[in-house]
Structures are given as structure tokens and as C-alpha cells.
Design a protein around this ligand. Structure first.
Ligand SMILES: *Cc1c(COP(=O)(O)O)cnc(C)c1O
Length: 370
């Protein structure tokens, strides 16, 4: 645990983002994605807020394990928990979690579909099905569905969904997202025409929601945008709040002459400079990719120098910054300003998702309601 660093998570901002998203898609119900520890913000606290304050009726988890961690919350409020990928249906011990509870697996492969349709263990769970429309990662094909038409007809589909592979791109006519959506409509129509009832549908993750695409389905499934960062960055459309702020404090600082080796490896100061040592490194989720990235301290721009260590990072400044920056000064890796994470991502050729998920358990989460 760090005492000089923390991730402050502003739940008030989360609530406002939820409302802004609802305004973008007034007809759709929101399934907030809380997978990967709610994108690094803390599974329990975020889920609790989304359920109690935002009145979310369904939350999206990636793994059964995540859903089990918030099962009690879901039981108290009757919240449904969708498990999207790591459904563990073939594990007898684990699959008990689906019986008589609010945890619902999203069926994405034929073996699971057939198991759920045939086994009495799963006879009560609502049929939530993901179809592949061109992402080619998970999802049933039309052939998989066709081979099970009689049982599908008898059971009915509760929720049919697909997932977009490139919704972070600015939409263009006939692009991948449009083609996937068309394919989805084709499968939906085929099932309808074959007498399979479909109660609910969803297609859109953040990139699509930001562009008001697929928002007339029953649900939308935003993840990233809920926590602040835009998914579409060229150009940025989403103007929500960055919910978290990652701050730390200057641990040490000193002037360095050109040619002096600094830290691990052979990183030699290329000019006279002022070095600031931060007490965070890749062990905290400050990624090694951040080498060279800009970080501001007291409004002065420095750059991550050399290798990011496990527990520490160097920032390099002009020598005259030495009169402006002292040990103990506050450093915000990112703050509530909503384009910083997108800027970090573009500077370091990573992306907002990874930047947010990376913040490790060594950084305490502090929750504020504004
Ligand atoms: C992660 C995920 C989402 C949310 O994606 P974002 O880009 O973070 O909005 C939606 N649907 C599915 C199936 C997902 O796996």
C-alpha cells in the first residue's frame, strides 16, 4: 500500500456520466460494464454506486469470478449480472452459481448453447446469446443457431447481442461497424422468421454510443466512456468527466550534469537537468511504455526519463525547474481533465483501457461523492 499515492474516484462524476449517457440514448437501458475491476476503479464500490444511485438493473462482468464477488449486492437489489466471456459453464462446481441466482452467462459458443438447451441444470436461466457478426472473437454463427432451431423456438431468446470490433473509429458509410450491424439485423430477422422469439437486443459499446449508433436497441453496454475517457479520439466526441484522478508526491529531486548515469541501465542525462523521482513504477501500474511521456508538476512540463522501475520513476525537467518543484509536491499523473488519458495513450502508443486497468492494488482507491 502506498501512502503518498492514491486513485481518487469521484462517484459524483460517475453519476453524471451515467446521466449524460442516458441522454445520448434516451430509449435504451444501460448495462454498465464493471469488468476488470470496473476498469481499475474498484468493482465493489463502483457496482454499489451504479446499482444504488444510478439504479442500474444489469451489470456486465467478464468472468464468473467477478460476478460472484458482487453476488450479494445483486441479491439485495435484484440486479442481474451478465458474465460475458469466462462463463465456466462446463465446471460443475462453478456453474452452480447460475442456478436460482441473478448471474446469467452470455452464451457465445455452440457447445455451451447445446449444454444450456439440453441440461436440466440450466433449464431456468434466461437465454442470452452473443452472435458473431464480424469481430471473429466470440459469438455464435447462423449455422450454430440453425442447428438448434427447434429447441431455440421452444425456449425463446431473452437477449440477443453482438459486439463491435471497430466502433472506436469515426463512423463512415458501409464501414465495419455498419456491416456488423447489418449482419446482426440479418440474423435477428432470420430467427424471427423461423419463429424464435427475441425479447431484447443490444449491440453498442462506448465507441458506438458516443456516435449514437445502435442506441435504439433495448440496451447499450458502455464501459470505458462511463469512467471518462473517450473511445473515439479522432475527433473526440465524448465529453464526460474523467472519474478518477491518480496522484502521487515528489519523493526526491536533484540537479544532474549532462553525462551523468541515472538509475538502472545506462540512461545518461543528455543535458544538464533537474531530476524528480516519483514513488510509483510499473508495480503500481505506471507502465514501462510511459518512458518519454509528459508529466506536469506545478504546471511545468517534464518527461519520464529512462526506464520506469518497479517502484520508482524519474521525470526530467529543465534545470530552472529546481526553484519551482520540491520534495513532497503533488503530482497528478492524470486528473479529472477529460482528454489527459487519451493524450497519454497517443503519446505512448497504448490505449485508455489499458492505462486505466493497469493501476495496481498498491494504489489505494479513495471514493468521493464530489
Ligand atoms: C467490454 C465490453 C463492452 C464495453 O466496451 P467499451 O468499449 O469499454 O465500452 C461492451 N460489450 C462487451 C461484450 C464487452 O466485452
Amino acid at each position: 500500500m502506498r501512502y503518498s499515492s492514491s486513485l481518487q474516484v469521484n462517484l459524483g462524476f460517475l453519476g453524471e456520466n451515467f446521466q449524460l449517457i442516458q441522454n445520448i440514448a434516451p430509449k435504451a437501458k444501460i448495462i454498465p460494464m464493471v469488468k476488470a475491476d470496473a476498469y481499475g476503479n474498484g468493482l465493489l464500490e463502483i457496482s454499489r454506486f451504479l446499482v444504488k444511485d444510478c439504479e442500474a438493473k444489469t451489470l456486465g462482468c467478464a468472468s464468473l469470478g467477478e460476478a460472484i464477488l458482487i453476488e450479494e449486492l445483486s441479491r439485495s437489489f435484484g440486479t442481474k449480472l451478465l458474465v460475458f466471456s469466462d462463463t465456466s459453464l462446463d465446471d460443475e462446481e462453478l456453474s452452480k452459481a447460475y442456478m436460482g441466482s441473478n448471474i446469467i452467462p452470455v452464451i457465445h459458443q455452440r457447445s455451451d448453447l447445446e449444454l444450456v438447451l439440453k441440461s436440466s441444470t440450466f433449464s431456468k436461466i434466461p437465454l442470452v446469446i452473443k452472435v458473431n457478426t464480424g469481430m471473429n472473437r466470440l459469438g455464435l454463427s447462423l449455422e450454430d443457431l440453425d442447428a438448434n432451431l427447434p429447441t431455440l423456438k421452444a425456449r425463446g431468446i431473452k437477449h440477443l447481442m453482438t459486439h463491435f470490433a471497430r466502433s472506436f473509429d469515426k463512423l463512415r458509410k458501409d464501414d465495419k461497424t455498419h456491416r456488423q450491424f447489418e449482419e446482426f439485423k440479418k440474423i435477428q430477422k432470420y430467427l424471427n422468421d423461423s419463429g424464435v422469439s427475441i425479447e431484447e437486443t443490444s449491440v453498442s459499446n462506448s465507441g458506438a454510443v458516443e456516435q449514437k449508433f445502435g442506441i435504439d436497441e433495448t440496451y447499450i453496454r458502455p464501459g470505458l466512456m462511463l469512467y471518462g475517457p473517450p473511445s473515439v479520439v479522432d475527433p473526440i466526441i465524448w465529453n464526460g468527466h474523467q472519474v478518477s484522478c491518480w496522484s502521487t508526491k515528489v519523493l526526491s529531486s536533484f540537479l544532474v550534469k549532462k553525462g551523468t548515469p541515472v538509475g538502472y541501465g545506462v540512461n545518461v542525462a543528455d543535458k544538464d537537468c533537474f531530476m524528480v523521482v516519483l514513488p510509483i513504477g510499473y508495480g503500481d501500474g505506471f507502465l514501462t511504455y510511459y518512458s518519454g511521456m509528459t508529466v506536469k508538476v506545478n504546471g511545468i512540463v517534464g518527461r519520464v526519463f529512462g526506464r520506469v522501475n518497479m517502484d520508482m520513476t524519474f521525470l526530467q525537467f529543465d534545470p530552472n525547474a529546481s526553484s519551482e518543484i520540491k520534495n513532497g509536491d503533488l503530482v497528478e499523473i492524470w486528473n479529472h481533465e477529460n482528454t489527459r488519458i487519451a493524450d497519454m495513450a497517443s503519446q505512448t502508443r497504448t490505449h485508455a483501457y489499458q492505462i486505466m486497468c493497469a493501476v495496481s492494488s498498491r494504489i489505494p482507491r479513495i471514493y468521493k461523492v464530489k
